[in-house]
Design a protein around this ligand. Structure first.
Ligand SMILES: CC(C)(COP(=O)(O)OP(=O)(O)OC[C@H]1O[C@@H](n2cnc3c(N)ncnc32)[C@H](O)[C@@H]1OP(=O)(O)O)[C@@H](O)C(=O)NCCC(=O)NCCS
Length: 189
């Protein structure tokens, strides 16, 4: 039943929450080197993201541009995803960082940016998404639960980088999250 038909008959269609959000009107694209200063400032405005260096952001905006996305709303950078394809695993897209400006949150921009990346020819063959999340980052867990539902793929988590063993006690433990296997939706964006 179409939404219109449902409205006419007075019944509500069953909707997947991850699809139900109204998409925000953002321009999403591969980044270029000139985007790096604004992206770096956005990352700084999105704690708990690690700010890294501007040079690292420049490398992501150039060498890894095909695996990254920058979202602009009214010309201003409002969202960012960095990632790469792990050299040892050709079927996986690893999402390193995701940040959405506080003013643009809650509108599904995170998933829109990820869909933009996965729809690119450069990502042909990707069957799994991986990322790492600290236990306390509830917004991030919510984003990836939504991605799992959107792709209709299972989500698995395991301890990856341990607070004591790998971070010398300085960072909270990072859990490796794997979503997949999946086939890309026909119209992912
Ligand atoms: C995580 C982040 C990128 C999500 O961006 P977004 O565009 O707002 O994401 P969405 O609109 O798709 O919302 C995703 C879900 O998170 C939930 N959410 C948002 N903020 C939340 C919070 N503080 N606590 C719990 N859930 C939260 C939303 O309700 C939504 O869940 P729902 O669809 O089940 O209702 C954004 O909150 C952010 O930049 N956070 C700071 C940086 C960060 O922690 N990045 C992730 C680690 S790399």
């Amino acid at each position: 039943m179409s939404n219109e038909a449902a409205a006419l008959s007075g019944t509500e269609p069953v909707q997947d929450r991850s699809h139900a959000k109204k998409a925000v009107n953002a321009q999403i694209a591969k980044p270029a080197a000139a985007d790096a200063p604004e992206v770096h400032a956005l990352i700084a405005a999105c704690p708990p993201l690690d700010t890294n260096s501007l040079y690292a952001t420049l490398i992501q905006c150039t060498h890894f541009a095909g695996c990254c996305a920058v979202a602009r709303i009214d010309g201003k950078v409002a969202g960012w995803i960095s990632g790469h394809r792990p050299p040892s695993d050709d079927e996986t897209y690893f999402l390193w960082q995701i940040g959405v400006h506080p003013d643009a949150r809650g509108k599904g921009l995170a998933r829109q940016m990820l869909a933009n990346i996965l729809a690119r020819p450069a990502q042909t063959g990707v069957r799994r998404i991986q990322t790492s999340i600290t236990r306390a980052n509830e917004a991030s867990w919510a984003v990836f639960r939504n991605v799992s539902a959107w792709l209709d793929a299972p989500m698995h988590e395991e301890l990856w980088f341990d607070q004591a063993r790998h971070f010398g006690g300085q960072n909270a433990s990072e859990f490796l999250v794997t979503i997949g296997p999946f086939s890309m939706p026909e119209n992912p964006v």
